[in-house]
Design a protein around this ligand. Structure first.
Ligand code: NDP
Length: 438
């Protein structure tokens, strides 16, 4: 704890995981081994840190910091996204890499966990600046990645455009076409349904969990935060299933759809976010159904009546006070599209009030699963149809739910604990068989 006091969000991710796995340390046969394994798992195998020098449109030299945290390769090559955002630090990427290890284990695919990125802020940059930054970033990253070693993907601030530029530079420098980097544009070997996968997967998971309890998403008031890749497709799938999407947001404010978002409104949001890279505040949607509230996330709104929450923006969006109020306002389920969007205090309220809760590492695993499918398609030099990918995505989300439900039933724990324990046990076993922990 003292050693990493300067990385609070990493410590938070480890603490959340520790809450679920420490009961396993009491096991008479394997308890001591699990304890040692968990401690080893909190250290990344390797962290690469580097400077990124690039030129802006005025011809000035700019310097950013870049990292790749290769956390754990017991189950397969390192795999995880790249984040470009001014709040990125080594500690943030360590938290994301740590989560990724267990998430990838839950998918059942042979993938280790990693995360990378830069404190570069893509907002307000021209297309040329984005391209030059991506090329400069790849000039160093290329030395550490490859189709059988480390396969990066996108995350906040890194979408298809950035992956395209990164892949372009990777191909030039490596003279290789091994599909390294997933989330590629379709024409460059990307998978159909990859953009949709994380959001759709989170809603499939919600549907499975809600129906398991005898409920339905149909007609339910669902609050979504964010309006990026994950949020857009979570909202779309919720609308398709007949749920009422009552919010979407960005870092400047929240759009409230009093009676639920229509498909036309969804198209308008996607147009402004994907094509124009604009702000929700600039949308001309204000009619009886919609209201824009500046400087508030959905979780800070006092009178928001809701059934289910889908936090899909960033870490630590929902704190204890907000969670308490959301529960008072009718919240009965939380499905995390983002990584670690709920603070430790927020999670405590969920446990105490026995709210249906699926944490990010299980709920948002659809994205990396389809990235895994992209790797398979690249290796086989073929393209699966939309229907094939969607069917495999649904199957994967069901299989993840079954794993965590099995652990829950066997260990009399919550779904949150079931998810954390199932991922941990898989990685621990792989590390033992490799002779990496004994
Ligand atoms: P995007 O960059 O596409 O969108 C991020 C959204 O969150 C934007 O609406 C952004 O608002 C908002 N946001 C970002 N940072 C903040 C902040 N500090 N405060 C408030 N709002 C913020 O990213 P993704 O949709 O890809 O990722 C969202 C989350 O989902 C992240 O936690 C990511 O790690 C996780 N995730 C993503 C996966 C994927 O496949 N993309 C897979 C699994 C998890 P603005 O536009 O104003 O910046």
């Amino acid at each position: 704890r003292r050693r990493y006091a300067h990385q609070p969000v990493f410590l938070q991710a480890v603490e959340e995981m520790a809450k679920s796995v420490t009961p396993l340390f009491e096991d008479e046969v394997n308890g001591e081994f699990y304890k040692r394994a968990f401690l080893v798992m909190t250290e990344p195998e390797r962290t690469i840190s580097f400077r990124v020098l690039w030129q802006d449109d005025r011809g000035d030299m700019k310097c950013n910091r870049g990292w790749r945290v290769e956390f754990n390769s017991a189950l397969g090559p390192f795999k995880g996204g790249l984040r470009f955002h001014p709040t990125v630090t080594e500690g943030v990427l360590k938290f994301l890499g740590f989560e990724q290890v267990f998430k990838n284990a839950l998918t059942g695919l042979p993938m280790g966990g990693a995360k990378g990125g830069s404190d570069f802020d893509p907002k307000g940059k021209s297309d040329g600046e984005i391209r030059r930054f991506c090329e400069a970033f790849m000039n160093e990253l290329v030395k550490h990645i490859g189709g059988n070693t480390d396969i990066p993907a996108g995350d906040i601030g890194v979408g298809e455009r950035e992956i395209g530029y990164l892949f372009g530079q990777y191909k030039k420098l490596s003279n290789d076409n091994d599909g390294t980097l997933t989330g590629k544009p379709l024409i460059l070997g990307g998978s159909l349904l990859r953009p949709e996968a994380t959001g759709y997967g989170a809603v499939y998971m919600a549907q499975i969990a809600v129906e398991r309890e005898g409920g339905t998403l149909k007609g339910k008031r669902c609050a979504v935060s964010g309006s990026g890749n994950v949020a857009q497709y979570a909202a779309k799938k919720l609308i398709d299933l007949g749920a009422k999407v009552i919010t979407m947001s960005d870092s400047n404010g929240t759009l409230v759809f009093k009676n639920g978002m229509t498909l036309e409104e969804w198209n308008t949001v996607v147009e402004i976010k994907q094509k124009k890279r604009g702000r929700l505040s600039s949308l001309k949607l204000c009619d009886q159904n919609t209201e824009y509230i500046a400087n508030h996330s959905p979780w800070k709104l006092r009178d928001l009546k809701l059934d289910y929450a889908f936090p899909c923006a960033t870490q630590n969006e929902i704190n204890g006070t907000s969670m308490d109020r959301l529960i008072d306002n009718g919240l009965v389920g939380v499905f995390e599209g983002a990584n670690l969007p709920t603070t430790l205090a927020g999670q405590k309220h969920l446990r105490e009030k026995k709210i249906l809760y699926i944490p990010g590492k299980a709920c948002n695993a659809g994205g990396v699963s389809v990235s895994g499918f992209e790797m398979s398609q690249n290796a086989m030099h073929l393209i699966w149809t939309n229907e094939e990918v969607d069917a495999k995505l649904k199957e994967t989300m069901q299989a993840i739910y079954n794993q965590i439900d099995n652990v829950k039933e066997g260990g009399e724990c919550t779904l949150e604990e079931g998810a954390n324990r199932a991922g941990f046990l898989k990685v621990a076993l792989a590390m033992k068989k490799l002779g990496w922990i004994w």
